[in-house]
Design a protein around this ligand. Structure first.
Ligand code: ZN
Length: 763
């Protein structure tokens, strides 16, 4: 391996960073209480076939299954004579603290959240530990930083079963638990559903939309939460997650018009107005008097600060600083100036709900601060490792302690937040950062080690094995490098990413040649810069130049053999180029840890096997995809196709029944997916149900008027049913769209069918 010249590397870079320690005390008793979770991605009560799937299918009956609380009349706890407090946790995604008027009056008015703040404690300096959705929520709900829970990134990590989440903890204390989440990064399959009796992550799936971009509006999330709250028996824990301020910024009217210049602010105003309904309903139910409310953001949004557009790269305050408001019944309104972190929420909640704090927590309780006393000062650990894991850039880790903020990376940074909260003047000089790095090492140690000195114990071998297999113990990043230099620093590389994005935009605006030249130039400059390959390949593939895209990824793979983004795009473009043989040659199930979380790559492998008529292998790959993401509409559809082909070849009616089920499940996930309607209809026709088939084919044509096969099938079937008028209508529709492109023999066939239809008496 060729290593770049290493300048000023420290312990962090000298090791395979991030060298994570195994979390010791997992908190969860591994025997006794049965868990409703398994490692299987469809785990979680609402994801079980009897749970949510049934809800989908059964409609009305589903509502009963969804809200177990409703059947239980208000039963106060047997142990405590006083009624116990409920807990409402509201997380707003991608919310900069300065966009709430209770924090900063210069942007948006947020009256609902301001009113909440006026009743409780506003933490003026609260910080997320990671600028990303899943790891940040994991920190909130597990009371540990990523060093403890091991989730460093969206999509490629899961919260393992061994940990105890706040929901599990409260459920075990007799709480009813329910979560209503707004977007795919928090899908139940990533493990945060543990402990929630209801985990409502029902955003609409789309066969042609990347699942990672799926979201639903706050009003939908809040409506579902309100529906639950109206029936829930106390005590309950309800978590509401509003995703709206996340990209794309597209608030509904009237916010769209009102904030045309600042749609991000419009999203914040919209969420605030939507939350007004939630808080209002809580009050109307009288629940405001016995409910602790915690409102926070999972991370901020850069909006151009420090040259970053969104979030997930840097660890500056625009992305780490979040609002935190805690309202406890009977509390006085206050503002707390000391820095606090997300991991402080779990222990604080324990105190407020009068529950013992479990030993695995790494944060401190803020209850003293809520009562106007000083909270014990604690340094706040943070990290940003997505660039490390997905692109192979240098890791970022650091801490905030009082007014000091230290960001460790090859080009280290030090800020005085008291004078320079916007982090404009880096005070770090290379000869002074040694002590800061040593302090960071101590903090990392503390957040990684088992809680409570006496409770120190090594995790057992089984758990260690599991963590190792999940990549928790500091597996290599996408570059495979063990040491990093200034050239790998996110500060060095993010401007290059901006150039890539500019080239992509230029391509879209018609400057194709220039865009390709610009991307080529970047690759020439930095052969290890994966986003340039991915962008160039994606542009070419989108322009029906899949073979060229494949060539770009080949080049990328030669330079970056351990980069999963490059690898997965190589697979994708081989699929688009129709090169099933090459795809299967490249596809190696053990090659990357990320493959265990990526259903899409298994769908592509399944499809390639299908094209090669390797039906058993196709079924196996598609079932693997579904074991990762049980709601993938394409995986269900292609599985149906493979099973149908197997069933027809082997004359096995059992397989045809399974194929029918697979098509139905595909439509359950995405009712607007045209293909399964056609295939399902064909199976109905085959089994002597022409009218059911007609119904489904009409739906397919309605969704895609240029869908040739159902048009023909409808014409032929109406002909068989001696319905000349309908037969003619569909055959003519087919003719008008496709006739010119047909070879002569096909044209004659269609004409013959039309003549037959015309010969039928008009009914
Ligand atoms: Zn987020």
């Amino acid at each position: 391996m060729i290593r770049p010249p290493v300048r000023s590397t420290t312990w962090l870079y000298a090791r395979a960073a991030p060298a994570l320690r195994p979390p010791g005390d997992f908190g969860k008793k591994r025997t006794g209480r049965p868990s409703n979770q398994s490692m299987r991605p469809e785990a979680g009560m609402s994801r079980s076939p009897r749970g949510r799937k049934a809800c989908l299918a059964l409609g009305l009956v589903g509502a009963v299954l969804l809200f177990p609380g409703q059947s239980v009349s208000s039963t106060p706890s047997e142990e405590s004579p006083t009624p116990r407090l409920n807990l409402l946790l509201v997380t707003i995604d991608t919310l900069r603290a300065d966009r709430l008027s209770c924090y900063d009056e210069s942007h948006v008015r947020t009256p609902a959240i301001d009113a909440l703040a006026s009743r409780g404690t506003l933490f003026a300096r609260a910080f997320a530990h990671v600028p990303l959705t899943l790891p940040s929520h994991a920190s909130l709900l597990l009371g540990t930083t990523p060093l403890g829970h091991g989730v460093h990134d969206n999509l490629n990590f899961v919260v393992i079963e061994e940990f105890t989440t706040l929901a599990e903890y409260l459920r075990d204390q007799g709480y009813r638990t329910a979560a209503f989440v707004g977007a795919y990064p928090l899908d139940a399959r990533f493990g945060l559903a543990q402990g929630f009796e209801v985990y409502d992550d029902q955003y609409q799936r789309r066969f042609n939309v990347k699942p990672s971009t799926l979201e639903r509006r706050a009003e939908e999330v809040v409506a579902r939460a309100v529906e639950y709250l109206e029936r829930a028996a106390s005590p309950w824990f309800v978590w509401v997650h509003c995703y709206d301020p996340h990209l794309p910024y597209d608030p509904p009217e009237p916010y769209r018009g009102r904030f045309a210049e600042n749609p991000y602010d419009g999203e914040v105003a919209y969420v605030d107005a939507t939350l007004a309904r939630l808080f209002g309903r809580l009050e109307a139910l009288g629940r405001d008097k016995d409910t602790v409310i915690v409102l926070t953001g999972d991370h901020g949004e850069a909006l151009g600060d420090h040259g970053e557009e969104s979030h997930g790269y840097f660890a500056y305050n625009e992305c780490l600083w979040v609002p935190l408001i805690i309202v406890a019944p009977g509390g006085e309104p206050r503002r707390v100036a000391e820095p606090v972190g997300h991991i402080d929420v779990f222990p604080t909640v324990c105190d407020l709900l009068d529950l013992e704090r479990p030993p695995f927590l790494r944060g401190r309780s803020l209850q003293a601060a809520l009562r106007g006393r000083k909270a014990a000062p604690e340094p706040i650990y943070f990290e940003s490792l997505d660039p490390y894991y997905s692109k192979g850039w240098a890791p970022i880790r650091g801490f905030i302690s009082g007014n000091e903020k230290f960001i460790d990376s090859p080009i280290a940074e030090l800020y005085d937040l008291g004078r320079d909260f916007g982090e404009t003047a880096n005070l770090a000089s290379s000869d002074e950062i040694g002590p800061y790095r040593r302090r960071l090492e101590t903090i990392v140690e503390k957040h990684s080690s088992p809680a409570g000195g006496s409770a120190r114990r090594a995790p057992d071998r089984e758990i260690l094995e599991k963590l190792r297999s999940l990549g928790y113990l500091g597996g290599p990043g996408a570059s495979g490098k063990e040491s990093f230099s200034a050239a790998d620093d996110v500060k060095t590389l993010l401007p290059l990413l901006t150039k890539v994005q500019q080239a992509t935009a230029l391509y879209g605006q018609g400057g194709k040649g220039e865009a390709v030249t610009a991307l080529r130039e970047i690759i020439h400059q930095r052969k290890d810069f994966s986003p340039a390959y991915v962008a160039l390949g994606t542009l070419l593939a989108g322009d029906r130049k899949a073979p060229e895209a494949v060539a770009v990824m080949e080049e990328g793979r030669a330079n970056l053999p351990s980069n999963y983004e490059i690898y997965s795009h190589a697979i994708k473009f081989l699929s688009q180029a129709g090169r099933a043989d090459d795809l299967l040659r490249l596809f190696n199930p053990g090659a990357f840890r990320e493959m265990d979380y990526d259903s899409g790559i298994w769908v592509l492998a399944g499809l390639a096997h299908f094209q090669k008529k390797q039906l058993d292998e196709a079924v196996e790959a598609l079932e693997k995809a579904l074991s990762i993401d049980a709601r993938d509409p394409q995986a269900h559809f292609f599985l149906g196709e493979a099973l149908e082909m197997k069933g027809l070849a082997g004359k096995d009616p059992g397989l045809l029944v399974k194929a029918t089920e697979a098509y139905k499940r595909s439509l359950e996930s995405d009712p607007e997916y045209p293909a399964p309607y056609f295939y399902l209809g064909r199976l109905y026709k085959m089994t002597g149900k022409p009218y059911e088939a007609i119904h489904l084919w009409k739906k397919a044509v309605e969704l895609n008027p240029a869908f040739e096969q159902p048009l023909l099938a409808l014409g032929q079937t109406y002909l068989e049913l001696k319905d000349g008028r309908n037969a003619l209508a569909y055959l003519n529709a087919l003719k008008s769209r496709f006739y010119p492109a047909y070879p002569p023999a096909r044209k004659r066939e269609i004409d013959a069918l039309i003549n037959q239809a015309m010969a039928l008496p008009i009914r």
